[in-house]
Design a protein around this ligand. Structure first.
Ligand code: ZN
Length: 183
């Protein structure tokens, strides 16, 4: 199909530019460009050879090549391709719209969760002083790591401190992003 399109495009670009019209005045039919001067039958007209009166077509070779290339089967195949392309485009637009709606919903849910997270993170420091890397209520000597007197947990990362620091990180990153967005 691409080769067909390319061939038709090349031939159309060499042919007499349109619009063309069927002209029938004075009881003889010819095709000429619409509206211009000297446009009477300037694309295709009947003629006879001077020497032997043999019938022929008066036309530029480029126009004859184009007319042959643009036969009904070719034009119908191109229109089928166009219909398919339009249908695909409409499907893509519908898909994009549903993706956008989903994105907007996720953004709204995300904003709700971040607001909740900010409320939680903002509430704790009022009750528990110190945010040195330890979560509220925890006082590890190495922040976020269980002390040596914690048996099996000794030296291992503390899950609560880890969650706390992650929550603080989310709120801080969101606030930085909001600051950047403001003009
Ligand atoms: Zn901890």
């Amino acid at each position: 199909m691409t080769i067909l399109v390319q061939q038709l495009r090349e031939r159309a670009s060499r042919a007499t530019p349109g619009p063309w019209e069927l002209q029938a005045s004075n009881s003889w039919r010819r095709i000429g460009t619409a509206g211009g001067r000297f446009a009477d039958g300037d694309v295709l007209a009947p003629t006879t050879h001077r020497g032997d009166n043999h019938p022929d077509l008066a036309a530029r070779q480029e126009d004859l090549d184009f007319i042959v290339a643009a036969d009904p089967a070719t034009v119908l195949a191109l229109l089928d391709e166009l219909d398919t392309a339009i249908a695909n485009h409409e499907n893509a637009v519908a898909h994009m719209q549903s993706v956008c709606a989903e994105r907007d919903q996720l953004k709204a849910e995300n904003a709700e969760l971040i607001g909740l997270m900010r409320g939680v993170v903002g509430e704790f420091p009022h009750r528990h002083k110190g945010s040195d890397g330890n979560g509220p209520g925890h006082g590890h000597r190495v922040p976020g790591v269980w002390d040596s007197d914690n048996g099996e947990l000794a030296g291992k990362p503390c899950a609560w401190c880890s969650i706390w620091n992650a929550a603080k990180g989310i709120v801080e990153r969101h606030e930085q992003a909001m600051t950047k967005e403001q003009p």
